[in-house]
Design a protein around this ligand. Structure first.
Ligand code: FMN
Length: 179
């Protein structure tokens, strides 16, 4: 059976932002909220740019829009938490993606170590210390060392094609090197 040929942009040269966003949306991810605190004020934003970087030492990265309130707060505090959301937390994902709003209003926030706020009932909290910040285009790549992990039962919220989605376990064999 022959497959359809791919549809390509003309190239060479940088693709435009909409094409980039659209195609990256086909790379399915989870959804997390990056939280931090500066002078007792909590900050947080929804992200899907979370990537595991290293196991020894334990490093992860998030890419945060340059100049966003939470980005500035993370850079100032030098600490942040990554809160991985569950399928029950779609509304929280939307809340923490609204620009210019007080994302924490009416939310019963709990504190992790070092007075960093964490999202209640998140599947996982990873509490991190900033080890490096690199400007890349219109984002700051923030590398964090993970100092503490908390986790609970639940199903992860997915993000695909600009929509929230379920992540389905296909029940196939485990990937051999994972365990
Ligand atoms: C599913 C989803 C994923 C997102 N991922 C990111 C991300 O990885 N990095 C980023 O800078 N913004 C991301 N955003 C947009 C921010 O959540 C949004 O700009 C937020 O309002 C910024 O918060 P602040 O400016 O109040 O700090 C995402 C939004 C959604 C809905």
């Amino acid at each position: 059976m022959t497959s359809m040929p791919p549809s390509c942009t003309p190239g060479p040269g940088p693709v435009d932002a909409l094409a980039m966003r659209g195609v990256m949306g086909r790379f399915a991810t989870g959804v997390a909220v990056v939280t931090t605190g500066v002078d007792g004020a909590p900050h947080g934003m929804t992200v899907n740019s979370l990537t595991s970087v290293s196991l020894e030492p334990p490093l992860l990265l998030v890419c945060l829009t340059t100049g966003a309130r939470t980005t500035d707060a993370v850079v100032e505090a030098r600490r942040f938490a990554v809160n991985v959301l569950s399928t029950r937390q779609e509304q929280l994902a939307l809340r923490f993606a609204r620009r210019g709003e007080d994302h924490f209003e009416g939310l019963g926030v709990t504190q992790g170590l070092h007075e960093i706020p964490v999202v209640p009932d998140a599947l996982v909290h990873l509490e991190c210390t900033v080890v490096r910040v690199m400007t890349a285009g219109d984002h700051e790549v923030v590398l964090g060392e993970v100092g503490r992990i908390c986790q609970r039962e639940g199903k992860p919220l997915g993000f695909l094609g600009g929509r929230f989605s379920d992540v389905v376990d296909r029940g196939h064999e485990v990937v051999p090197w994972f365990f």
